[in-house]
Write a protein of this length. Structure first.
Length: 122
């Protein structure tokens, strides 16, 4: 509830379309573990899922990753912007973890968990 209250992106009233809007990137991009946009033929073979999405206004991005595997996964983070990614939620730890900054370039996604990162691009 706190994340929803603090971040308007979680109260969005329209669907994501996967197209560029006000910002210079698409409103949502579905990514592979290697940080590449998922191709249509890859959807049926995925064992890891992540996306980057943006609010309708404001210069911020969010990275959401789901790892159903029994072992941790190292995921490549989008690198177009130089701003650091900050951890908002990690379901593998009690109470969602403490907000921390992610190392540049990649993020470890714990086994059977979800993580949510935030990047303020201003």
């Amino acid at each position: 509830m706190a994340l929803r209250a603090e971040h308007p992106v979680f109260r969005r009233e329209t669907f994501y379309a996967g197209v560029a809007g006000i910002l210079p990137w698409k409103d949502i991009i579905w990514l592979t573990q290697a940080g590449q946009e998922i191709k249509p033929e890859e959807w049926e073979q995925l064992s890891f899922l992540s996306c980057v999405f943006s609010p309708e206004t404001g210069a911020a991005r969010y990275y959401l990753a789901l790892n159903p595997a029994p072992e941790p996964v190292s995921a490549i983070l989008p690198g177009e912007m130089r701003a650091p990614w900050k951890l908002l939620l990690d379901t593998s730890v009690p109470n969602g973890g403490k907000p921390t900054q992610s190392p540049a370039g990649h993020q470890i996604v714990p086994a059977r968990s979800l993580i949510l990162l935030y990047q303020d691009t201003v």
